[in-house]
Design a protein around this ligand. Structure first.
Ligand code: SF4
Length: 329
């Protein structure tokens, strides 16, 4: 019996942290045969992490709706009729009650999201009080409040904020089809202010928004060539919401989502790669593959801002079936 030998052009994925990933290299990773890509992702994952541990975050919308931005996927934008109404900033007590419940359910990090273009200074003060309160419960804190000035980033750091989330959303080339009210550069600027203030960065994007595979690769290449990789990289699958321009977007092949996770893992070996929005529509098997591809963080809880998330019981059952355990903070 003859054995067919296949020469495979496997790019350099030695697991060393690099910041000079080119688009071509990342695109080459995306088109590797699935077994080769998964093997590389597993190999790199095990260099820096226990593959059986999953970091658990809970996300709370502390200020819902009424956002002036026009992100084409977002039900909280005032540009679209989605049934989401604008609410006021939640009270400190209400936020702390949710944080206590999240901790009891096993979360290690509590993320607070507000639908603002950028926070007003008086609102920021209230958020700082929330950060201090949540931290005092023994949880890591994260906030996503829109664009920040350098002074606002410093203020959040002073309150003890551990992470700031600000996503790039998509590739530089696809960006103009998704958002017109803020530039890609403004996003990069906020990320650099957060970094300079000494806050950990949480930054990723959304796939399945009509981008090409090359554009998915370009998003990952942009993240992986930041001067310092984000400590958390949320990879979201678009949740198609009625009333938004992307309500009828074609559903992304789940294996393409898994590839995106794997490429993020290979190119950002020390980052937490978070399986974020879109899990509700994913099968347990697709999620299991995403964990095998190097995802090691999830959002836990029944809602992600305004869209559904798997029930905690389903998550617990899946983690048990896969032998996964929550990561200690
Ligand atoms: S994604 Fe954020 S910035 Fe964009 S419309 Fe929604 S809440 Fe506003």
């Amino acid at each position: 019996m003859s054995v067919i030998s296949v020469e495979r052009a496997v790019p350099d994925t030695s697991g060393l942290v690099r910041h000079d990933w080119t688009r071509a290299e990342v695109r080459a990773l995306f088109v590797l045969p699935f077994p080769d890509l998964m093997f590389e992702a597993q190999r790199v994952h095990r260099v820096y992490f226990d593959p059986c541990e999953v970091q658990i975050s809970t996300l709370l919308s502390i200020k819902t709706g009424g956002c002036p931005e026009d992100c084409a996927y977002c039900p909280q934008s005032t540009h679209y009729e989605t049934g989401v109404t604008a609410e006021k900033l939640m009270s400190l007590d209400a936020v702390l009650a949710q944080a206590r419940a999240a901790k009891q359910a096993g979360a290690g990090r509590f993320c607070m999201g507000a639908a603002w273009r950028s926070p007003k200074d008086r609102d920021l003060e209230q958020v700082c009080t929330m950060v201090e309160g949540v931290k005092s419960l023994g949880l890591e804190t994260c906030a996503t409040l829109g664009m920040l000035t350098p002074a606002q980033a410093e203020r959040l750091k002073g309150a003890g904020l551990d992470y700031y989330n600000h996503n790039l959303d998509t590739s530089p080339d696809h960006y103009g089809d998704i958002i017109t009210t803020r530039t890609y550069q403004e996003r990069l600027d906020t990320l650099s202010y957060v970094r300079e203030a000494g806050i950990h960065v949480c930054c990723g994007g959304i796939v399945g928004m009509g981008e090409s595979e090359d554009e998915r690769a370009d998003l990952i290449a942009t993240l992986a060539s930041l001067p310092q990789h984000p400590e958390s990289v949320p990879i979201n699958a678009l949740v198609r919401v009625e009333g938004t321009p992307l309500a009828d977007a074609a559903q992304l092949d789940p294996l393409e989502f898994v590839r995106t996770i794997a490429v993020a893992r290979v190119t950002m070996p020390r980052s937490m790669v978070r399986l974020s929005a879109g899990r509700e529509e994913m099968t347990d098997e697709a999620q299991a593959l995403a964990f095998l591809a190097g995802a090691n963080s999830i959002f836990y809880g029944p809602r992600l801002l305004t869209t559904p998330n798997p029930a905690e019981a389903r998550d617990r059952a899946l983690m048990e079936r896969l032998g996964l355990v929550p990561m200690a903070i």
